[in-house]
Structure formats: C-alpha cells, structure tokens
Design a protein around this ligand. Structure first.
Ligand SMILES: CC(C)(COP(=O)(O)OP(=O)(O)OC[C@H]1O[C@@H](n2cnc3c(N)ncnc32)[C@H](O)[C@@H]1OP(=O)(O)O)[C@@H](O)C(=O)NCCC(=O)NCCS
Length: 170
C-alpha cells in the first residue's frame, strides 16, 4: 500500500473552495457517504453558511490541503443541547485514498479542538457499517467502537446501520 509522501495541513473552509469541493464530491462516487450538492452555486451557499457558523462558534469545517491542493474536508459539529459532545466527519478525493491523509487530518483536527475549544470533551464519528476505510480511520485515531445504530444513516434512498466511534479528548 502507498504511504503518505507529504504531510497534509488543514485550514478553515472558504467560499472559493466551492468548485474544488464540488468536483471531489461529484466525481468521488462515494458509496456510503451522502452527496447532496446540486451545483457549484449550491456549494458556495453551503460554504457561506460554513463561514458564518465558524464565526459563531457553531461548527468548524476545515479544508484538507496537500500543499496548495484541496484534497478533502473534515468538520466538527457540536450536538444540539450537548456542547461538550461533537461529531467529526471527513472525506478525501478518491484519487488520494489509502495514503493516510484522513488519519493525519483527524489528528490535526483533534489537536485544534483540544487547544481551541475547551468545552468539547467528547468526539464521535458514525459511519455505515460497511464503510471499512472510515471505521479504520477512526480506530487508527484512537476512537473506540461503542455500538451499532440500526437504520441510522440514509445514503440516497437507502437506510443503513451505522457504527458509532467515540473518544474522550479531555
Ligand atoms: C473514509 C476516507 C475519508 C478515508 O480516507 P483515506 O485518506 O483513504 O484514509 P487513510 O488512508 O487514512 O486510512 C484508510 C484505512 O482504511 C483501510 N482500507 C481501505 N479500504 C479498505 C477496505 N476495503 N477494507 C478494509 N480496510 C480498508 C486502509 O488500508 C487504511 O488502513 P491502514 O492504514 O491500516 O492500511 C475515504 O475513504 C473517503 O473519503 N470516503 C468517502 C467519504 C466517507 O465515506 N467518509 C466517511 C463518512 S463517516
């Protein structure tokens, strides 16, 4: 298996990332990840909201960069009514899979949250039970599989069982 040649970096998502995210999401053919982006303009609207949410301290959505190249996204979203718990989600451009980039990004995000969002104690991730790469990333990042959630995730028209992985960061 190919290993990472380079270290990735993360930075807040920007509206100018719309075309890049649109391409990654629509060309990725992700089997277990719902892609609801209809156009580059729709992605721009999403990113404007993301920028507002970051400023308001509601959600932290990052771009994953390989040098100057956008290769994916990773976000942290606190649970409604439980600001000490936050969900983490990620995707990487299909051509860059299997190089350890998602794992690097999860570690960077965890460091950011630990240093900058002291109210967050628990991170968790959910994925379709057949999404083996995503589960592997969570395991490699030190998350524990806590259970199976029946019919929890909807991808396209299908409902799937999900695994939930959790980690206390403080
Ligand atoms: C999940 C995802 C982000 C992983 O990105 P990535 O950069 O390829 O991840 P990494 O390289 O850090 O790690 C992938 C791990 O899964 C393993 N893996 C890949 N395909 C696998 C398979 N079919 N079965 C078992 N393990 C598999 C890899 O071998 C690697 O583990 P290793 O380092 O122990 O060898 C990427 O597959 C993706 O974007 N998928 C579509 C979006 C998605 O499903 N996101 C998650 C939603 S919760």
């Amino acid at each position: 298996m190919k290993r990472a040649q380079e270290a990735v970096t993360i930075r807040p998502q920007m509206v100018k990332d719309a075309k890049g995210f649109y391409q990654i999401l629509t060309q990725g053919n992700f089997r277990f990840f719902p892609v609801n982006v209809a156009s580059i303009e729709a992605e721009r609207r999403f990113l404007r909201k993301t920028v507002r949410q970051w400023k308001a301290g509601e959600t932290w959505n990052f771009a994953i960069m390989l040098g100057d190249r956008l290769i994916g996204a990773i976000g942290v979203m606190p649970e409604d009514g439980r600001p000490y718990c936050a969900e983490i989600g990620y995707f990487i451009e299909a051509s860059q899979h299997g190089r350890g980039y998602a794992l690097q990004a999860v570690r960077l995000v965890e460091e950011y949250i630990f240093a900058n969002q002291p109210q967050i104690r628990r991170l968790f991730a959910c994925m379709v039970v057949d999404n083996l790469p995503s589960a592997r990333v969570a395991e490699k990042a030190g998350f524990t599989r806590e259970g199976r959630l029946a019919g929890y995730l909807k991808v396209g028209e299908k409902y799937h069982d999900a695994f939930i992985y959790g980690k206390l960061i403080r």
